[in-house]
Design a protein around this ligand. Sequence first.
Ligand SMILES: *Cc1c(COP(=O)(O)O)cnc(C)c1O
Length: 396
Amino acid sequence: MTTHDYIEEAEQRLIHTYNRYQIVLEKGEGVYLYDIDGKKYLDFASGIAVFALGYGNTEYNDALKAQIDKLLHTSNLYYNVPAIEAAKHITESSGMDRVFFTNSGTEAIEGAIKLARKYAYLKDGTTDHEIIAMNHSFHGRSLGALSVTGNVKYQEAFKPLIGGVKFADFNDLESIKAKVTDKTCAVIMEPIQGEGGLYPAKKEFLEGVKRLCEEREILLIFDEVQCGMGRTGSMYAWQQYGVKPDIITMAKALGCGVPVGAFAARESVATALVPGDHGTTYGGNPFACAAVNEVFRQYKQRHITEHVKKMGTYLQGSLSRFVEKYEFVREVRGMGLMQGLELTIPAGDIILKALDAGLIVISAGQNVIRFVPPLIIEEEHVDEMAAVLDGIFAKL
Ligand SMILES: *Cc1c(COP(=O)(O)O)cnc(C)c1O
C-alpha cells in the first residue's frame, strides 16, 4: 500500500478528530524520523514533547522488552516492584510525597481535581467548592480537564461541564484575586502554557499566587504534563521558579512513548484520598512503570537537565536571530527546550513547508511555531533546523 492508500483508509476508518499531516511515519533513529517512503525528518516535536530520549534508544527498548518477558500487568489490587521504584523516582525528583499513576495527562488532571475537592470536603464538609483556572490554558480533553481548559472552542459543544470553575488571566495576579471566594479550593495552571501559545509564567506572578493560596488556604496545582520531566532545564518547571505547588500533574515525557501519567501531592494533601475514592485498572502497571524507571535512569546517567539548560540557551539564541532578520517574526518565548516563535502570520503554512523540507515542527495556537525537540538534541541539530526554517522564511 502507498502513503496515499494508507491515508485514504485511515480517513475512512478513524473518527476524524485530527487534521493530520499527510505522512505515515514508520520508524525513528535518534532525533530523526522516517516515513514509509523512506523520507527522513528532523524531529523538533518529539510526538508533542514526549520522546525525550531519542528514537531507537537500545537501552530503553531493552528495558521494556525485559519487562514484557517478566510481567506486563497486575492491576492495583497487588504491589509490583517497578511501580514502587517509579514512585520513589517521582516523589524524590518532584518534592512531592505521594503519587498516583494514570495512563495519560488528562487523567492526571482528573485525579488532581478530585483530590483538591476531597481535601476541601474534609475541611468543611460542603460540596460546592470552586476551582480557578487560567484563560488560554490546556489541561486535556476528558470532561473534568476540559472544564478547566480555558478555550471556549474546545468546550462549547460539550457543555454542561463540571461546575464551579472560574477563569482568570495568566500572569495577572489581580484577576485571580478577584475570583477568589471562601469556596475556592484550588488554583490550577501550567507554569509555562504550552498549547495556549508558549507563555512562561512570570516569577512574581507565581510567587504572588503561592502567597495568595497560602493566605486563603487554597491548593495550588501545577500542570507539568508538558513542561515537566526536564523540558525546561530542571526536572520540573516549579524548580525554575522556586514556587512549589501542592499538587503536580505529569505525563508526556514521563514514559517517553509508553502511555503513563501521574499526579503527586504533598503528604497532608495526598492523604485526603482513601481506599474507594479513586482508581484505575491500568495505571501504574509494571510495563508503564518500567518505562518510567528507565527514563529516570537515563536522565541521570546522561545529565539531561544540564544538557537541556545548555541546548535551551543555544536554541533560544538561534531562534532570536529570526526576530532580528524577519519582520514577520515577532518574538521568541520559552524556557529550556520548550520554545515558541511568534509570527505575525499564520504558522500552519510554514509548518507544512517545513515538513516538505524534512523538518517536523508543530504550532501552539494560530501563529506560534512550537519547538519541543527530543532533549538529547545537539547544536548541529539546532543548526540544521534553523537552516531549513531560514530557507523557508527567506522565500516568504
Ligand atoms: C498534553 C497536555 C495535557 C493532556 O495530556 P494527554 O496525555 O493528551 O491527555 C494536559 N496538560 C498539558 C499541559 C498538556 O500539555
